[in-house]
Design a protein around this ligand. Structure first.
Ligand code: SD4
Length: 321
């Protein structure tokens, strides 16, 4: 059995590429990183890697993580500028005994010494978004509106699991702000003996529930990935509403060691991609909350066309000024 699950429809192409290789016994460790790297390299995703939207000082600061579910090794970086592939730096840090989580200039120094590719990550298009936004009155920062973090969990045919995340975080965030994506147990967690989970949404709220670890913990108690996701997300959502009146956007994906999977969300139309040995052709699903559970349906081709068209349209609008 093998399987891979990823947040957001934007993961579709990269999941297509790696799912073929997973069926030929490539490792989860290599495939999850290769899939995330492909999304980092794609200039039209405004939330990950090259083309990611900048912080309020017009600088693209990137967070990323990698976790090996066999050894429980973790590598992560936060608030890193000017490197092409944050996920590769995170993976490399996971192979060290200490100094696994580096931020800011320290992380950049490590990446530079170790020969990772430097790149100016601010595209013309992302700059145009920034310039348009700066003209508007100060608005509350929202994590979505086309700002989607990639998080993946992968199981290979040998039974090993890995996970990885990559993001430019919230558009117009403060310089130095780090979200949940590189935080172990919040944005990601994986244990090959149980399963893994990854989150996207408002990092500040996701961290309050150590959400990815909570899902893995529930799966370890014997819950299915779907029940674990629903329970963790809706309990956190309820707690946040009770204690701070509002809950931020929260969405998760999870997979267990048998390739069973689940997803939960408190937003409208959260999309994710899944491929498994049983259904190797990647499918995009759309999830919505329904009475404390998550209703999941395959995305229609009309929905997908709209998803990708909206992203293209926003880009063209901005470039026109
Ligand atoms: C963060 N969780 O930095 C990320 C943002 C995100 O879709 O997932 N956006 O808080």
């Amino acid at each position: 059995m093998w399987g891979i699950i990823a947040t957001w429809s934007m993961s579709l192409d990269s999941i297509k590429n790696v799912s073929q290789k997973l069926s030929f016994n490539e490792t989860a460790a290599d495939m999850v990183v290769s899939a995330v790297k492909q999304i980092e390299d794609f200039p039209f995703y405004k939330s990950v890697g090259y083309g990611g939207l900048p912080n309020e000082e017009q600088e693209v600061e990137l967070d990323a993580s990698y976790m090996d579910g066999d050894t429980l090794s973790i590598g992560a970086i936060g608030a890193v500028k000017d490197f092409a592939n944050p996920v590769l730096i995170a993976k490399s840090l996971s192979q060290r005994k200490v100094n696994n989580f580096l931020v800011g200039t320290g992380a950049e120094k490590y990446a530079s010494i170790n020969g990772f590719q430097r790149k100016n990550m601010l595209t013309k298009r992302a700059k145009a978004f920034y310039e348009k936004r700066i003209k508007q009155e100060a608005e509350e920062i929202k994590p979505y509106a086309g700002h989607d973090t990639v998080g993946m969990v992968c199981l290979d045919a040998m039974g090993s699991m890995s996970s990885a995340t990559s993001t430019s975080g919230l558009f117009m965030k403060k310089a130095g702000r780090v979200g949940d994506s590189p935080i172990p147990g919040s944005g990601f967690y994986v244990d090959s003996q149980v399963g893994g989970a990854s989150a996207t949404g408002l990092g500040e709220d996701i961290m309050k529930g150590c959400l990815s670890y909570e899902i893995v913990r529930l799966m370890k108690e014997g819950k299915s990935p779907q029940i674990a996701c629903d329970q963790a997300v809706f309990q956190l959502d309820k707690q946040l509403r009770e204690r701070q009146l509002v809950a931020g956007d929260i969405s998760v994906v999870a997979m267990n060691k048998k390739g069973g999977w689940g997803c939960a969300t408190n937003i409208k139309d959260f999309s994710f991609v899944i491929a498994t040995a049983a259904n190797p052709k990647p499918v995009v699903y759309v999830a919505n909350e329904s009475d404390g559970h998550t209703k999941i349906e395959p995305a229609s081709s009309k929905w997908l066309q709209e998803y990708f068209a909206t992203r293209g349209m926003q880009a063209n609008d901005c470039l026109k000024g």
